[in-house]
Every structure is written in C-alpha cells, then in structure tokens.
Design a protein around this ligand. Structure first.
Ligand SMILES: [Zn+2]
Length: 504
C-alpha cells in the first residue's frame, strides 16, 4: 500500500510528467419511477419496499424502458453538444455482486445514446477550458450494501452485510470524457471545474438535483502520467465514487503525486480501482480493474432498441433552457462584474438567490451586496449554505426596497436581516417589532442635534469657523444618541443649518 510518505511533491511531479485524466460521472436521474419498472425512486423508504420482480431480477420478469429516462438522456446529450444516436440498444454488463440481484447491469456498451460532444468549463481565473465528451449512456443503479459489525463500515471486519434493493434500477446516466490532456498543473482544477459545470448543466436541465453529498452524482477519476514530451499514455488508476467537488480536485492531485513517486523510482503503475479517503486526502488500492471483455457484454434481448426520431430530438433541443455558462456570461455583462467576482458568487452558491432577488424587484447591485455580504457571513458562521438560510429572495428584495426608499439605512437593514434569520418574522414585522426605522423628520432629530452641539462646544466653534469636515463628529454623536436610526444626511444638514454654515 502506498502511503503519503512515498509521494513526490506536486511541483516535482509536474516538472517531469504530464497528467492525462478521464472523468466518468454517474448522475441519478430524478424520474418518479425506476429505469425498467414502475417502482418508486423516492429516497428514505423502508428497505426493499420499493422493489418488484423486474428490479429484483426474478425469472421471467420483463423490463420496460422509462420514457422520461430516455428523454433526460437526450437532454443531457444535447446540452453537452453530443450527437444523438438514431438507433441504439441496451446491453448486459455481466458480473456478480450481492447488490445487483440480476447478476448483470442493464447498461449501454458500444451503442451509447449520446456521443462526441464537449463541455466548456471555467477555471477560477475565468479562463475557459474545453473538455471533450466521449459518450453519455443510460444504465441503472445497483442496490446498497451496509456492512455491519466492523469498525470501518467496510466489508473487512464486518460480521454481516445488509442489502437494500430500493436503489437497484434507479436510472443513471454515465457521462465519460475523452482523455483530458494539456491541462498540466491545472488538471485537478479542471477536474473540479468540469464536475461543477456538469452539475450546473444537469440542474438547469431539471433532470436531477445532482446533490453529490446524497450520492446523486459521483465521479470516477481516471489518471495517468506520461513523461513530458511523450505522447503515449501511461497506465491509469481509477479512483471510484468521489462525492464532492473538493474531493475530485484532491483525488486528482494525490494521484499525480503518487504516480510520479512510483514512476520516478522505477516502479510500474498497476491498473486498478482506488478509494479516496476524505480524512487524509489520499487514495488506497481497491481491486484490480477488469477489462471490458471480462464483462461479456451483449445486447439486452428483453428490451426493444431506442430510436429517438429526429423530430423529437429537435423538439427537445429547441426547448432546452439557457445553459449555465451562457447564463453566467450574460449576467456578468449585465451586472458589469469581473470573472473573478462571478467566480466568488458561484463558489458561495449565491447565483440563484441573487437572480431570484432581482426577479423579486431588487436592483442587481444590492442583491449582490446582501447575498455576498451579510448573508454569506451568516451562512458561514452557522455552517449552512445560502439556500438553507431562513430568508427568502423576496424578503431580501423587500429589505433592499426599504433601503432604497430611505426607510432603512444599511446598519438598520442588517438588524432587520438578523431578525428575519432569527425567526422574528418578515422584514416588515421585524421593523415593527424592533422599532427600526430611519428617523428623518426634523422635530425628532432637532433635539438630538441641539444636544450634540451643546455637548461639543469646541467642535461647534470649529464648524462655525468654516471647518465643515468637523461636522462628522457631531453626526456621529447624533447617530449614537439615536441608536443608528437617524438619517445621517439630514442630520448633517440640520447641524450646518443650526450653526449658520453652508456646505461647500
Ligand atoms: Zn421494480
């Protein structure tokens, strides 16, 4: 087993080798029923309650293709700029594993529904990198095994294993890239950016929520190194089921360092699957990888071929939503912000909330300001994401409106947001309950201004003498006396008026 002590540094690895990556992403479709039967796909059901003779692989049971599953596959293919097969079949991928009751997985082999596409992805600095797509094909998920009695939850050391077939047969789309070459030291970043962009595309299409933390989207990272200047790929390792964007990047980075260590010490890379460990950021050996011929693929005899008509494909193409990169490019121009700012918005998960806040009536600048400022800070402190905060885009828009009308200043608006997040009600309710309102009528401000002048005779004299800038100190005193609720601009006017000085 390779440990972290055997690594060469990332810089040294990249000085001698070029990484070649292949990314295989599995997406669980959000269809109501499974790919080949009518069983529910809902999560969290009683184990094995959502099963039937088809997804349990009982003799004589006949599968039927889920039309929505096929439509979702076509949508994904088109969004990834792929060609859509005029005619293709499912295939049986034969292997035995306890979580797969049929003893084969219904998949597609040499006739994928979508092929030869690409996805442009954006790196942190806004630069675009094109990832070529080899294929996207339809298949089904396996069941889930739970190994009980061991310390690690892995099969080694377990006393027994439990099997839940509710997941068996849930539609999957597997999206496979062509070898990604030429990314050099940015290969791990490209991997992360690709999976993120793909996730955004899947979500925009509405075919899956693609929540990686729930296993709805997972990535296998294939990686090999070739000596700089060579053009023949090295032996690859395949790190399986990586389930967060950060882990995709770390797994690629770790494998680059591990391969470089093995190769530079004269060793050879074993073609195998590997497991990624979140805690250490390292991978360990899984099983030696089967070759395709080990699976004895053959066309599925129980399912009719899938032959999407060209008219249908064009209808789907015409109805595709605006895709994420196009949308981001448009918003970036509309808002007049930089690629780096857009990247920060993406990283914070703030794009959709900001857009929804603008749709609810706020201007773009204040929508960005509140989500990227106060609300991002709040989410960060409570360890949640922006969409989990107890405030809606409509409520943020209302706060922005109150600021625009002059009813609230920024300081009071922050208190209103704090109140909404604390469950005190809508922005208007918090304003009422906490008595938060900018005070701008002169009778209410007059006393506070008089007191500030009386309490600071030296400063008042300076202002009378023409030092208008000194008024700031008196404004500060009034703001303090009114607990931040005074209209600062009006306060300044009143001070100068009372002291008989005109501004400028
Ligand atoms: Zn079923």
């Amino acid at each position: 087993m390779t440990t972290t002590t055997d690594l060469v540094s990332y810089e040294d690895a990249l000085a001698s080798y070029d990484p070649v990556m292949g990314l295989e992403v599995h997406v669980e479709l959000g269809t109501k029923t499974k790919m080949f039967c009518g069983c529910s796909t809902e999560l969290g059901g009683e184990p094995n309650a959502q099963t039937c003779p088809v997804c349990l692989g009982l003799p004589g049971a006949l599968p039927v293709v889920n039309a929505t599953g096929v439509e979702s596959a076509v949508k994904i293919g088109l969004a990834l700029n792929c060609s859509i097969a005029e005619w293709c079949r499912f295939a049986r991928k034969n292997y035995f594993y306890p979580d797969m009751p049929k003893n084969f997985q219904t998949s597609q082999y040499d006739e994928p529904i979508a092929f030869d596409g690409y996805l442009d992805v954006q790196l942190e600095d806004g630069e675009t990198f094109r990832v070529e797509i080899e294929r996207a094909h339809m298949e089904e998920d396996t069941g889930k095994s739970t190994h009980v009695g061991g310390a690690t939850g892995r099969i080694h050391g377990a006393s027994h294993s439990l099997l839940d077939y509710n997941r068996a047969g849930i539609p999957l789309i597997e999206i496979v890239t062509k070898p990604i070459v030429g990314a050099g030291e940015r290969a791990p970043e490209v991997a992360k950016a690709y999976v993120r962009e793909l996730r955004e595309v899947i979500r925009a299409l509405g075919v899956s929520e693609a929540r990686m933390e729930m296993g709805q989207m997972r990535c296998d990272v294939n990686l090999s190194l070739m000596p700089k200047g060579a053009d023949k790929f090295g032996t690859r390792s395949e790190t399986k089921n990586v389930n967060s964007l950060r882990s995709v990047e770390r797994a690629a980075r770790f494998e680059i360092m591990r391969h470089a260590a093995v190769l530079s010490s004269g060793g050879t890379i074993v073609q195998e699957t590997r497991h990624f460990h979140e805690d250490t950021g390292s991978t360990t050996s899984g099983r030696v990888k089967e070759e395709a011929e080990d699976y004895r693929y053959f066309p599925e005899p129980d399912l009719v071929p899938v032959a999407p008509s060209r008219e249908w494909v064009e209808e789907i193409r015409a109805a595709l939503p605006e895709l994420p990169l196009v949308r981001r490019t448009r918003l970036l121009a509309e808002w007049g912000i930089s690629a780096t700012e857009m990247q920060a918005i993406l990283n914070a998960g703030a794009l959709d909330p900001i857009v929804a806040t603008i749709e609810a009536g706020a201007d773009a600048a204040s929508a960005r300001k509140w989500w990227m400022g106060e609300l991002a800070r709040s989410a960060n402190e409570s360890g949640t994401s922006l969409d989990e905060l107890a405030i809606t885009p409509q409520q943020v828009a209302r706060v922005a409106e109150l600021v625009a009308k002059g009813d609230l200043n920024d300081k009071l608006a922050r208190q209103v947001i704090e109140g909404v997040l604390a469950g005190e009600g809508t922005p208007d309710e918090v304003v009422d309950k906490r008595g938060l309102k900018v005070v701008s009528d002169d009778s209410a401000l007059g006393t506070a201004v008089d007191e500030a002048i009386a309490g600071n005779p030296g400063i008042a004299d300076k202002i009378r003498g023409g030092k208008v800038a000194a008024a700031g100190a008196l404004v500060g005193a009034v703001m303090k006396a009114t607990r931040g609720q005074a209209d600062a601009a009006r306060v300044k006017e009143l001070i100068l008026e009372k002291l008989g000085v005109s501004e400028g």
